[in-house]
Design a protein around this ligand. Structure first.
Ligand code: AMP
Ligand code: MN
Ligand code: MN
Ligand code: MN
Length: 278
């Protein structure tokens, strides 16, 4: 029997709400057989996740790298990584340093709105990789907004006083970093970038050319029919299909292991992952 795969989720090491330990226990309860932990720009949760994984759950080393493509930001998931590979270690450390610098600048800007101590507040959550999700938590806890959507709309989304774009590595660098660590590079949530069909097709072509291995064809809040539309491009370009819950914590729109079936005519990426399983 093919185990149930969930190849995209987050822990407290980045902007997830559960510890790596609680995350793997929940994944096992939900029937997941192979879970890739893909925190933003860090693999710090892997050791604790593996140590706590119950029998029957395989935890795959992953990451979600923020990358720049022209003037756009993309998320590239790496699967089956050697997390001790020096190039990967250095590349992710540099991304996290940029996250700290972004948080410092966001905090300075929020001060102009009378919101003080945001930097100390977001650091206090103790994540290895500091993200905008921590600002969401901080601003909601302090009563400045009621939820994630409101924080992005009022304070930190594009066009807001607290918006600071990330200074990320390029798409080519992200793919090279993942491949250099023996991993498979996957384009995360392709519909989330709001590209035209032509632009998305160009991206997939360039991604395949760079050595990208797959595209997420099942993820939460995906538009109806998108997977079927992208399946053909994937076949033509030799890209496999990945799937993940992008779980950050208990929320109504997603759950660990709750994955829509992939279109029948694509190659599931787990067929290429066998060699990466520990
Ligand atoms: P970061 O990697 O720190 O830039 O944070 C990115 C995270 O913020 C993503 O994982 C999303 O979950 C969340 N996010 C990004 N844009 C929005 C938005 N417009 N509304 C709500 N959440 C968002
Ligand atoms: Mn996130
Ligand atoms: Mn993402
Ligand atoms: Mn994610």
């Amino acid at each position: 029997m093919i185990p149930r795969y969930d190849l995209h989720c987050h822990s407290l090491a980045s902007d997830g709400l559960l510890s790596p330990e609680a995350l793997v226990l929940r994944a096992a309860e939900k029937g997941v057989g192979v879970l890739a932990l893909t925190d933003h720009d860090t693999t710090a949760g892997l050791g604790p996740a593996r140590a706590a994984a119950p029998e029957g759950l395989c935890v795959l080393a992953g990451v979600e790298i923020s990358a720049r493509w022209g003037d756009k930001e993309l998320h590239i998931v790496g699967l089956g990584l050697d997390v001790a590979e020096p190039g990967l270690v250095a590349g992710l450390a540099s991304q996290r340093q940029r996250r700290v610098e972004r948080a410092e600048e966001m905090s300075r800007r929020l001060e102009k709105l009378g919101i003080v101590d945001a930097l100390a507040g977001v650091r206090a959550y103790g994540a290895d990789s500091l993200g905008r999700g921590h600002f969401v938590q901080f601003l909601v806890e302090r009563g400045y907004a009621k939820d994630n959507a409101q924080v992005f709309k009022r304070y930190i989304g594009k066009g807001c006083t607290g918006y600071v774009p990330g200074q990320w590595m390029s798409l080519a660098e992200a793919v090279a970093l993942i491949r250099g660590a023996g991993g498979l590079a996957v384009l995360a949530h392709p519909g989330r970038y709001k590209f035209s069909n032509g632009k998305l097709r160009a991206l997939l072509g360039e991604f395949a050319e760079l050595g990208g291995a797959g595209v997420e064809l099942a993820y939460p809040n995906q538009a109806a029919g998108e997977a079927e539309r992208l399946a053909r491009a994937c076949r033509e370009l030799g890209l496999a299909a990945s799937a993940g819950s992008d779980f950050h914590g208990p929320m109504p729109w997603t759950e660990l292991g709750r994955i829509k079936p992939l279109p029948a005519d694509v190659e599931p990426i787990w067929q290429r992952l066998a060699l990466q399983l520990p």
